[in-house]
Write a protein that binds this ligand. Sequence first.
Ligand code: FES
Ligand SMILES: [Fe+2]
Length: 462
Amino acid sequence: MLRNELRQILEKGLHDVEADWTVPAAIINDPEMHDAERERVFGRSWVFLAHESEIPERGDYVVRYISEDQFIVCRDEDGEVRGHLNSCRHRGMQVCRAEMGNASHFRCPYHGWTYNNKGSLVGVPAGREAYGNKLDKSLWQLKPVPKLDTYKGLIFGCLDPDAQSLDDYLGDMKFYLDIVLDRSDAGLQVVGAPQRWVVDANWKLGADNFIGDAYHTMMTHRSMVELGLAPPDPKFALYGEHVHTEHGHGLGIIGPPPGIPLPEFLGMPENIVEQLQRRLSPEQVEVFRPVAFIHGTVFPNLSIGNFLMSKDHVSPPTSFLTLRLWHPLGPDKMEIMSFFLVEKEAPDWYKEESYQAYVRTFGISGAFEQDDAENWRSITRVLGAQYAKKMELNYQMGRGVYEPDPDWPGPGKAFPMDYAEANQRNFMEYWMQLMVTDPAPHNKNGKVSDAAAAEALTRAEA
Ligand code: FES
Ligand SMILES: [Fe+2]
């Protein structure tokens, strides 16, 4: 149950984001808000877990998170992708202590219960003496992710067994995801393990930044323009389309600044350009042709960066693709996971250049990354204080300036300039809708609301 004060803030916030285009500062760094968010947002959304190329072989696994729950995402002995809660059914111990590897079985280090990678309990030490061979192992398999599905190589999980399908959840955003995920015949591969680091900042600041904040590049990343790593126009991120779809998803699609020619299709290698023109629809090709930068967020916490940038001031720009996971660790802390991906069929020279460009700009020590993290850290610290928490934040960019673009060939609501905050408002509106809507009183996830529990108890006592 939401406390009254929290509910009031959120209901007012929902009204204000629609009517006044403002957002309550209290959503950033407040422990109760964070608690409610775990259940109401992360408990109901489809959350990115891994890319299929991270677990190509039978037995491969990675450990990934939905809020605080950790799951072993693996390819079982039949080649099927599965997700199991990383918690032993005996006392709850982690059965997998490594973050990635290959294993046919997971043995709990506490008392030794052993599960295969389908999640079945297959071994119980001293089963005859301790349980008289009466333990029905089939009832004690590892808990599966309630819903697991993939889209073009991305593996998502959802804790709500009654949630809509992943396909419906992604909806129109798929048109844009395909441009990034589906432009070559053999698909993408994640190279290496994702880079991971912890920042003292709320996860929503990363999601907000990537979904639509082209505006900050002019100030925050000015030095990149001066160093020659970004196009020589401080407003380089203005010239594009700002698009959002339902369920809080959105992205910015930016072309070259006027008078600064950049190659078509992000300067991708010829063989990939040939394939994408065949694979994508004419509308998708039309959207992608002039692109130099794509930044976006799949609600809630998966972001995409597909950028054309130089690794240094003397090299020509090369495109790279990164996925970002803003994994919440608390109201004021997140772990960032950054994946580098490249087309499997791209030539080696491109793979190498692309990786270098990524590492030096958006990798953990990259210049863009450091600029951004400092802002998010500072905002989080400031908005955790009692007076600051009461303010409203301004999300009014573009108000009375421009209307939705009727000529945009893609789905969703598009605006003809990327200096806008429509995507962020759409994200916040959906977030607040989830926050104020009470979860179903009794879901198959095993959670029972207070009211439903009290009712059940009364029935049991009668
Ligand atoms: S906690 Fe896993 S076997 Fe006891
Ligand atoms: Fe940035």
